[in-house]
Design a protein around this ligand. Sequence first.
Ligand SMILES: NC(=O)c1ccc[n+]([C@@H]2O[C@H](COP(=O)([O-])OP(=O)(O)OC[C@H]3O[C@@H](n4cnc5c(N)ncnc54)[C@H](O)[C@@H]3O)[C@@H](O)[C@H]2O)c1
Length: 371
Amino acid sequence: MATGFGIIGCGLISKFHAKAIADAADAELVACYDTVTEAADRLAEATGCKAYHSLEAMLADPRVEVVTIATPSGAHMEPAVAAARAGKHVVVEKPLEITLARCDAIIEACRQADVVLSTIFPSRFHESSQLLKRAVDQGRFGRLVLGDAYVKWWRTQQYYDSGAWRGTWELDGGGALMNQAIHSVDLLLWLMGPVVEIRAQTALLGHERIAVEDVAVATLRFANGALGVIEASTAVYPGYLKRIEIHGTRGSAVMEEEDIVKWDFAEEVAEDAAIRQRMEQRLSGGGGAADPAAIGHHGHARQFTDVLQAIRTGKSPLIDGPEGRRSVEVILGIYLAAERGEPVRLPLASDPVLNARTHGVGGLKKAGCVG
Ligand SMILES: NC(=O)c1ccc[n+]([C@@H]2O[C@H](COP(=O)([O-])OP(=O)(O)OC[C@H]3O[C@@H](n4cnc5c(N)ncnc54)[C@H](O)[C@@H]3O)[C@@H](O)[C@H]2O)c1
């Protein structure tokens, strides 16, 4: 029998969850819940699932075996912990949560309840990401020397005005980094390994009425000795496809959204030519570079399939709770390094106390601290 899914939070991304559940083998969307009853009713009407107007009632439904959490980022923890305590497997949208303490509370609740926890990062399931990861694991790059992520995106002022939570420290947990570039931060950490030192600067340059950064630059030192750069923005018109660049002493690869645009190794293997040829077809769509709704749902579908497999086999999903926490820690480290104006070493002992959390970058601007 198909595994029953319930969606918590019926906004923009929930529609992609519904499509992905429909596409994943042996999965069925059976329920949804939103604090705004009309939002739940609309999703239920569009998909044929049951709308709940109370979280407790949805979690008491035995047909719901897995929940996907699609509430604002700083409101993931409460429903995730409640779902775990109700014995449901938990799939949480990125970021897992916006502080380390809140990430840890979700991880611990799922551990105690012995349910599967997975953090959504659809990009990891793209063929190009998997090819890059395999090449890294095979040592084809030689010594890794540089790992870079560039996310030069565009979000309109209307995007930030469209939801009271968007662009706030309290519920978005940050700006271009915590909301948009986190997909690339996750990929970079997956490919390059842990970060041990960060230097950074952030700014709010292209939007009004938000408290968080819309431009960020950081330099990284990875545990393996390699260096790297993260550039993230939502203020770059018209918005470009995101890029990951991996360089080593024996090879280089560059991924643009879902396409591999450079694939050069000192020692060629038989499949390299085929990879280059296939990737020349440029499979990527807009990838959310300028429009948050211009994304596909195939990465989500593959991730839900991975979660179902983890439930059936008892093995960990590809992106479990601690994996989801890693990108949050690096991003918090970038905010801390930017605020202090000095390098920050990871791991962070605890959540950094940031002035930006109370005043925001916008607040610093008003206070004359930034231009
Ligand atoms: N993986 C991706 O590509 C991707 C893309 C977009 C958004 N997201 C993530 O998905 C999450 C939601 O983003 P969105 O753009 O869909 O936001 P949204 O504002 O469109 O939708 C959020 C919904 O959650 C509801 N809600 C708020 N608090 C709730 C609560 N406590 N319980 C139940 N429902 C609640 C709201 O009423 C709203 O309908 C965010 O964490 C975001 O980072 C991921």
